[in-house]
Ligand binder design. Sequence first.
Ligand SMILES: NC(=O)c1ccc[n+]([C@@H]2O[C@H](COP(=O)([O-])OP(=O)(O)OC[C@H]3O[C@@H](n4cnc5c(N)ncnc54)[C@H](OP(=O)(O)O)[C@@H]3O)[C@@H](O)[C@H]2O)c1
Length: 316
Amino acid sequence: MLSGMTTAASRWTADDIPPLDGRTFLVTGANSGLGFATVRELARHGGHVVMTARDPAKGEQAVRSLRADLPDASVELRRLDLSDLDSVRALAAGLVADRVPVDVLVNNAGVMMPPRRLTRQGFELQFGVNHLAHFALTGLLLDTLRDGRQARVVTVSSTMHRYGRIHFDDLTGERQYQPQRFYGQSKFANAVFGLELDRRLRAAVLPVRSLLAHPGYVDTNLMSAGPADLTGLTRRVLRVANRLLAQDAATGARSQLYAATMPQAKGGQFIGPAGRSGMRGHPAVVEPVAAARDPELAARLWEVSERLTGVRYRLQ
Ligand SMILES: NC(=O)c1ccc[n+]([C@@H]2O[C@H](COP(=O)([O-])OP(=O)(O)OC[C@H]3O[C@@H](n4cnc5c(N)ncnc54)[C@H](OP(=O)(O)O)[C@@H]3O)[C@@H](O)[C@H]2O)c1
């Protein structure tokens, strides 16, 4: 589990983040859970953070709450609804027009196990929000990232990626939607994308790294509000289990913070908690499921993602 990391790194906490002054981080889903915890630590260590949220009121509330704690936090709020590719394009165009540098992109936002719903462009919601929109955002920001300092893209997957596969013949779930299977698909797609992006960046000799992270098991809104098909009792039991077993968001965010900030974190690495079946613990280098490294599958997913989003990566 700990291969590639020193003993010191295996006890790593957010206090070990180096100074981030002069660097800009863009975090999706920044208003709650792991995204908010990530913003807090990035800002605490001197980074400028572009916080994105789909709901401006929730975003403003998050900024207020951050500033109550860290009055000097350097943050700005921008709207991003990942269930609408027009919103993704508008965010990217706005950043370019305003000449906002982005050194690190943290593809964090996500939805888990809702009833079958479609994005504005007609994609299954989890595949659309968790994978396709982040694929598009990353591609649209690649020119900006190329100019970044220690530039990197961190894509947040999950241990659930292990149970996912890409349903190329039923991507919208029209024939056989099942919330867990499609969550697994989206998190598997995150893993395949992050690793393939790393290979493509290296092949093009671009100074941008792509890393994966997963937080383990964390008590956030995703857990308490996410799964759709739970009865009231099951939901209450899950809430209690979350309180007893899950890490808090600040602890869970350590993997993505390590991947986003540590100079020794390498492209292609997957950072996740070291302990208890990957559910808890300090960040370590962990292994994705073997299928996530399949280059043919990755090429197919890439081609489909470019076609569906209309975003072509400029990797020369
Ligand atoms: N919690 C865990 O145990 C766990 C485990 C493995 C992986 N993860 C991953 O961690 C990431 C963060 O989740 P979390 O646990 O922190 O859950 P969370 O508290 O529910 O946060 C999810 C964030 O994503 C945002 N989001 C949802 N739909 C969006 C959309 N259409 N456009 C833009 N933003 C949208 C949410 O915004 P709203 O507040 O407006 O809904 C929220 O800010 C997800 O990718 C999740 O898959 C979590």
